[in-house]
Design a protein around this ligand. Sequence first.
Ligand SMILES: *Cc1c(COP(=O)(O)O)cnc(C)c1O
Length: 413
Amino acid sequence: MSIPPRVAAAPFQTPAYLYDERTMQQRCAMVASHLGEHLRLYYAIKANPSLGVLRALRMHVGGVDISSGIELERALKTGFDPAHMSFAGPGKSDAELRAAVLAGVGAISVESLAEAMRLQRIARETHRSANILLRLNPAQPFPGFAIKMGGKPTPFGIEEAQAPLAIQQILDSPGLNLRGFHVYAGTQCLQPQTLIDNFAYALKMIGQLAADFHLSPELINFGGGLGVAYHEGQQELDAAEALPAMCDLFEQARQSPRLAQCEGIIELGRYLMAEAGWYLTTVTDVKQAHGQTFCVCDGGMHHYLAASGNFGQVIRKNYRVANLDADAEREVARVTLAGPLCTTLDVLAQQAELPVPRVGERLAILHAGAYGLSASPLLFLSHKTPWEYLLDSQDALQTLREPVDPSGLGELG
Ligand SMILES: *Cc1c(COP(=O)(O)O)cnc(C)c1O
């Protein structure tokens, strides 16, 4: 696997995450070019909440999806407009809901009727109205999503069959401004047809509810779900195949008077960010054990859990890896990349085919821009956090975060 020469040439230290501003902006532009006039692209902050990343993306997306009060703070701090924020997630606290209402968040996704009632109280107490979308869990499953958020029992949203009751209660509640609906059925989907079918189902379901309740939704959040080809042999998802078809379906639906004013949101995390980041590590030891070659690295699963196969994967498969310092002549063989942690779980790649690394050489794990640092068990085994860098659009390497000891976080004794 090759990586951009400007990344390999950057003067980074390891272990590190490096995010490339140009790649992330190109990904946003590519997706946006397929969305047409009435679908907006939002960035799902949980994929990578780095302030440097948020700043780099701000002018290139139409808004953000936030999933916690601290993500709201980070989005506000980096200049995103609360009117173009969507706040989803089960178990939002009163303090988080209050902060969202006071900030004027444009779309708070209500995940249960009890949450709607808490919002009503908060709206009354703050003398504001709460802009809400009702999040629906579709009755029908869509098998093409590797990770399913709906179409089965999950804590997300309100089941389709219970929606009429919930809508009636919300409409009867002063202070709740029901702007529309949210459907996020699943993610890590590599099949365009699944994305299109899911989109069509959401539109049909919402069209019916709008007709039944004489509603004219202003906003539909269709979630995202576009997947990333993390592993060798996986076929990349072509956005040019999936998105224009979804766009056409939306434009057709907007022909009906009830949806004529409706705008749509597509919110993506991994599809925008995964390719724009690398996890960089240096080989500290090379050894043989029972006939296999082990390269021990200065970084591991405490920084990048997903590469170790322990972030929800059912079957462990290697992420793609590149050796940045071996020339074309180097012998290629199977090697296992182990991290520095004293646990058998700490494997960054198992028997991966690679130009055989030597001590001191630097390796890059690809697709590390999403669900990397913030999705990893940083406290495990008490190591420092990695460097975090942004390679900006002038190819200057900016340090976003220096290594720190995370083990004392808030510790009192
Ligand atoms: C996580 C999340 C996303 C983004 O998912 P990706 O797989 O990273 O694209 C979008 N919407 C909501 C509500 C989410 O929770």
